[in-house]
Structures are given as C-alpha cells and as structure tokens.
Design a protein around this ligand. Structure first.
Ligand code: ATP
Ligand code: MG
Length: 225
C-alpha cells in the first residue's frame, strides 16, 4: 500500500482575476520508507502539492489517498483526526504556538495523536537532542532564531511517528550543520520506521539523501532524470 497516492489532482489557488491553476493532473505515489524530493521554482506549486497531499487543502479535481484512506470520502472532522495520527507537516514558516515552550510545542503534537505521555516525553527529548535544540526546551518560540524555530518544527512533525512526513523547505533558513542534522533526522526516520518523507526544497545539499526526485513546473509534476 502506498503511503500517499494522488490521481489526476487539479487545484486552483485564488479566485477571479487572481485565480492560478496551481496543480495540473498530478498523479504520483510515494511508498513507505521512501525519501522523495520535490524541486521546482518559486510559485511552481510545491506548497500547494504538499498541502493537498496532507489533506490541508481540498483538490478541485482528482483523488488523494493517504495512509490507506481516500481523503475526499472523509468528513472534515474525520480528516483532521486521520491527519493528526498519520501526518507530520513541517511548514515553510515554523508555525509554533507562542504561548508554549519548545518542549510543550512538541508534546502537543504527540498528545493530539493519542501518544501516551511518557512515550511522548521520551521521543520529544530524543528528537530535540538529535536536532541540536535540546538546550532550548524551556524557551518560548519568540526567543528562538529562525533556524532554531525551524528545527523545533521538525521535531514537532516527527514526534508522533507519523506514516507520512511533509516538509516544506525544512532547511531553508538553516546553515550547513543544522541543515545536515535536519536532513539526517528525516532520512533516518524514513529508513528506520518506514515513514514516507516528501520534502519540497531548493536545497541541492538534500539530493544525496533522496531515493527519488520529482520536479514541478507550473503545476505539472515530472520525475527528475
Ligand atoms: N492563497 C493563495 N491565493 C492565491 N494564489 C495563491 C495562493 N497561494 C498560492 N497561490 C499561487 O499558487 C501558485 C503556487 O503557489 P505555491 O505556494 O504552491 O508555490 P511554491 O512552489 O510553494 O513556491 P515557493 O517556492 O515560493 O514557496 C503560485 O502562483 C501562487 O502565487
Ligand atoms: Mg512554497
């Protein structure tokens, strides 16, 4: 069973004069344990493709199956619950909750997915250490640099051991060493836990981790090479 499957997916962003056909007849499948890069210029549709695949946006055409369930057949509440259990999403902008500490931000994702507290605590501490931000666990997000915030967002996306991880420019504002830590954490997770990882990026340093590369131009997806 594929972790993610899209069949003939189309999506328009915006309305009226500003409407853009952001995805055109996209068909693809990503298997458990696969680390796939999605490359393409700004505005090509990368964020839209990740959002539609994760059930954060509804396609106008076609079908999306995620961890064995067709998202279009679920109610909004069922889709939310399915996403909380099965999806980790690293947003292009960190999206941490300001009122909570770093540690609490990560724990919330585990809690919403129904992970027992003790397991969540251990996994959160482990991930924050792997990503080199464990010394910041008690800080608030507004006291973090952009790169630190992004690494915490990666820990939050992985803590509940989702079936699929979508990462939107996860190394975008990271220097060499931090970017390497993020890429390694994602790639190890894919292999160790058979998680499907889909990363949208402009960062050529990630290519050596990829099992497969896709490129998207003007809403059309092609395999690279
Ligand atoms: N909320 C929106 N309303 C209108 N148009 C939008 C909206 N979001 C995205 N678009 C348009 O849809 C197209 C695809 O956008 P998308 O964000 O998916 O691109 P991207 O490949 O992620 O770009 P980037 O590399 O800059 O993040 C672009 O033309 C963009 O301007
Ligand atoms: Mg984007």
């Amino acid at each position: 069973m594929s972790a993610v499957r899209l069949v003939d997916v189309g999506k328009v962003r915006g309305a009226g004069r500003h409407a853009v056909q952001a995805l055109r007849a996209v068909t693809l499948a990503i298997e458990p344990g696969e680390f796939v890069l999605l490359e393409g210029p700004s505005g090509a549709g990368k964020t839209t493709l990740l959002s539609v695949s994760a059930g954060l946006l509804t396609p106008d055409e076609g079908d999306v199956t995620l961890a064995g369930r067709s998202l279009l057949k679920l109610s909004a509440a069922e889709r939310r619950a399915h996403r909380a259990r099965n999806v980790g999403f690293v947003f292009q902008r960190g999206n941490l909750l300001d009122g909570l500490s770093v540690r609490e931000n990560v724990l919330v994702a585990a809690e919403i997915a129904g992970i027992p507290r003790q397991v969540g605590e251990e996994d959160a501490a482990h991930l924050l250490a792997v990503l080199g931000v464990d010394h910041l666990a008690e800080r608030r997000p507004d006291a973090l640099s952009g790169g630190e915030e992004h690494r915490v967002a990666v820990a939050r996306a992985l803590v509940h051991r989702p079936a699929v991880v979508f990462a939107d420019e996860p190394t975008g504002n990271l220097d060499g060493a931090s970017g390497q830590a993020v890429a390694e954490a994602l790639s190890e997770l894919a292999k160790a836990d058979a998680v499907a990882v889909i990363v949208a990026t402009h960062d050529e340093r990630l290519r050596r981790f990829a099992d497969r590369r896709l490129s998207i131009v003007d809403g059309v997806v092609h395999p690279t090479e």
